[in-house]
Every structure is written in C-alpha cells, then in structure tokens.
Design a protein around this ligand. Structure first.
Ligand code: SAM
Length: 250
C-alpha cells in the first residue's frame, strides 16, 4: 500500500534513513520500522530480559534519562502510558568543570525522530530529575525506570530522593558497578571518576547501590541481576547491576 503522501514505501524508507543519518551518532540501536535500524552506541535488545520488567499494561511509567528512547518505546510497546524525562540542553548535564564544553546545543532530536517514526505517544518532558516532582509530572508513577543515569550525576542521592517521591509501585534501576572495589565486600564505597572523559562521576559497588536506594526511601530493595553489557571494544563489557525496589509514594 502507498503511504498517504503518495511516496512509494522505498522512498519513505530512504527519507527516514537519511534523517537518521543526519542525526548520527545515535546512543540506542532502535528498529524504526521500514527496514531502518539506528546504529547505536548501545544495542540493548539482547539485554532486555535482564531487567525484569513487570506487567505494565495500562500502567503509568516514568523513564528517567530516556536519551533516544529505547526503554520508553519498549515499555510503551508493552502497553504502558509512558512519560520520559531528559534534559533539553547540553549545558544542563552535570559536567565536571574541566570537561564542560564551551558551546551549547539541543538534546532530544533523536528521540523526536524515533517517536515520529514509531508513531509513539510517549511524552518527553525536558526536565532534570533533580527538579522532577509529582506536581510537575501530573502525579506519581506505577513504575519508575532509570537506566545508566545516576553514575553521570554529581548528586545521585538527590536524584534517588526525587524518584522515591514519584514512585508508588516499582523502581527499576540499572547502573554500572565497580569491579575494582568488588573485593571489599563490607565496605560501602564508590570509585570517583569525575575526571574521566565519559562524564561519569561515581561507580559504586553493588552493596552501595542497594544502600543508596534504601536510604532514599525505597523499601524491599534487592538485586535483581548482574550482567556485562557489551560496549565497543571494552573487554568483558561494562558490569551492570539491576536493582528492584518498592516505592511508597501515595
Ligand atoms: C547514559 S544515558 C542512558 C540512556 C538510557 N536511560 C539507557 O538506559 O540506555 C544517560 C541519560 O541521562 C540523561 N541525563 C543526564 N542528567 C540528567 C538529569 N539531571 N535529569 C534527567 N536526565 C539526565 C542524559 O541526557 C542521557 O540521556
């Protein structure tokens, strides 16, 4: 069948492919349909099972730090009503002073193109997790999902506190953990990486992540899984822990 514009489906796919190319590099590998797949820095598709997503059909879900939107679109595909949160400007990121780029620029264009291509209804709110409140986001959420955001924040505890106020159901948090400190089982600690070129601030141990989530106000905090996420040539991948917890916000 021809699209309403009268373009052939090959022309439409070529048009989409070109728009995708112009926005490279992409963070997420996303299958946008019409045979167009973005070449992301991370292909999360093989790891979805590690996160333990619950039934979300009809549930209100918040995706914190959505980037190109992989998790927002995945959760929407499973029937959730999804709000995704991210920053609108490069300068809003928690840059360590020495690494802060001189210029600014917009964020969210890749998300908007993917949303359009997928015919998605996910609402992207340009807001820092530091400023996210139930008042601002229209209430609390059945599921708060946060993947690989806190290691990039100067104040991950403040972000977790904000998530606790927003979460009336489940929290799913997936973050890198420290292999280096893994031997010190009873020491709660984190590597300081504020001078790394990846704008990463902290790499806590698994035990530290669990304590942080509990300290922020969540209950029934537990490790759901651990796995290595493949990333370019990094040997052994990036170690990730998935934490589940129960939110008590009303
Ligand atoms: C490493 S990416 C993770 C993307 C995605 N959540 C995932 O699991 O693949 C981190 C994302 O968090 C966003 N981010 C950074 N600081 C933030 C903040 N203060 N509030 C909301 N999002 C933030 C970044 O813009 C980026 O999109």
């Amino acid at each position: 069948m021809q699209p309403a514009t009268g373009k052939s489906s090959e022309e439409a796919a070529a048009g989409l492919r070109e728009r995708v190319r112009r926005l490279e590099p992409w963070y997420h590998t996303l299958d946008l349909g019409q045979g167009v797949v973005t070449r992301g820095m991370f292909d999360l598709r093989p790891f979805v099972d590690r996160y333990g997503l619950p039934q979300v059909s009809g549930k209100r879900v918040l995706d914190v730090g959505t980037f190109d939107g992989f998790w927002a679109f995945e959760l929407e595909r499973r029937g959730a009503v999804v709000t995704s949160l991210d920053l609108d400007r490069i300068q809003q990121l928690d840059w360590p002073p020495r690494l802060r780029p001189a210029e600014d620029g917009g964020r969210g264009e890749t998300f908007r193109l993917a949303r359009e291509a997928l015919g998605s209804s996910v609402e992207r709110v340009g807001c820092s997790i530091y400023d996210a409140t139930p008042e601002r986001l229209g209430g609390v959420f059945d599921l708060v999902f946060c993947g690989s955001v806190l290691i990039h924040l100067r104040d991950p505890m403040l972000a977790l506190e904000r998530m606790a106020r927003l979460c009336s159901g489940r929290l799913i948090l997936a973050e890198e953990y420290s292999r280096l400190l893994a031997a010190f089982k009873f020491v709660r600690g984190a590597e300081f990486r504020g001078d790394s070129p990846w704008s990463t601030w902290w790499i806590p141990t698994v035990a530290t992540w669990l304590r942080m989530v509990h300290t922020a106000g969540f209950e029934d905090v537990r490790r759901h899984s651990r796995f290595n996420m493949s990333f370019r040539a990094q040997r052994g991948g990036v170690p990730h822990v998935v934490v589940h917890a129960r939110g008590t916000a009303a």
